[in-house]
Design a protein around this ligand. Structure first.
Ligand code: PAF
Length: 282
């Protein structure tokens, strides 16, 4: 695996592959890789011939009181994991390579509506930061496909909309959430939990599953399902930001048909955890 830090080096490498007719798959990350990221690389391997991963902790998607400074950075281990997973190219730029004039003065990408609800309501500016960095990375790498995890379901929805709206020639592939044996979704932020909090954390997924069972049985009392989920998590000790039933396609309020998704974000100790569950309907 090659490691490069400049945009020019990524472009030279990818364009070389393309001349040989290779299909390029890309996985953007913020590093501190775990089994969830490896599953994204594995999904990429099923769709491409050459694999690029980026590691960049994007300042633009963090709010002023969020964990940008403390976000776990483990580049050496990340490099080992990517090489072992069969990655060909690791792009690890410095901040100035991506935001030459600083993130505050950079041109931004906004996906209206979708970016302001749920996570976007609690974390203003977050999805502007995500859409901007993903647009930039897609322009830099110019992949045929890019893989994103379903764990960040709203992020995936925002990116799909941005790619469609900006006519970007890339196929977005969704990879399923990777969970521990007790159902707790893998995330770099899980390490903020202490032992006692980690023991409580699977309640997030079991509460989502309880909501999903009601929805799958045809229950359309969405407000009651949301209230029950909110209260169940509060009873365990979470501070809940939202527990919401939405249409999977666009995260609008549920209509009469089509897949649903239940999304939640809740804080436990120093960690803010998000998860979701999808329910197919006729
Ligand atoms: O999901 C993430 O790790 C980040 O939001 C992403 C997509 C790499 C953009 O910084």
């Amino acid at each position: 695996m090659e490691t490069v830090v400049t945009i020019a080096a990524v472009r030279a490498m990818v364009r070389g592959w393309r001349k040989h007719g290779h299909r390029v798959a890309f996985v953007p990350t913020m590093g501190n890789l775990h089994a969830g990221h490896v599953s994204l690389i594995e999904a990429a391997r099923r769709h491409g011939d050459r694999f690029v991963a980026s590691i960049f902790v994007n300042p633009m998607q963090f709010g002023p009181n969020e964990d940008f400074a403390h976000y776990p950075r483990t580049p050496t281990e990340d490099g080992r994991m990517l090489a072992a997973a069969g990655c060909d190219l690791m792009f690890m730029p410095e901040g100035a390579e991506i935001y030459a004039n600083g993130p505050e003065r950079a041109t931004r990408v906004e996906v209206p509506g979708l970016s302001r609800i749920l996570e976007g309501e609690v974390r203003p500016g977050h999805f502007e930061g995500v859409a901007t960095i993903v647009a930039k990375l897609l322009h830099i790498v110019e992949p045929d496909i890019a893989v994103f995890g379903e764990k960040d379901f709203q992020q995936l929805t925002v990116i799909r909309r941005m790619v469609a709206d900006l006519c970007m020639p890339v196929e977005i592939i969704a990879a399923p959430t990777v969970r521990d044996a007790d159902g707790f979704a893998k995330s770099s932020r899980n390490q903020y939990l202490n032992e006692a909090e980690r023991a409580l954390a699977p309640a997030i997924y079991s509460t989502l599953q309880a909501a999903a069972r009601r929805l799958a049985a045809g229950d359309t009392e969405y407000a009651s399902i949301e209230h029950a989920g909110f209260k169940a998590l509060e009873a365990v000790g979470f501070r809940v930001d939202y527990f919401s039933v939405r249409q999977a396609v666009d995260l609008n309020a549920p209509g009469p048909s089509g897949a649903l998704v239940v999304l939640t974000a809740a804080r436990l100790g120093k960690a803010r955890l998000i998860d979701n569950i999808r329910i197919e309907r006729a």
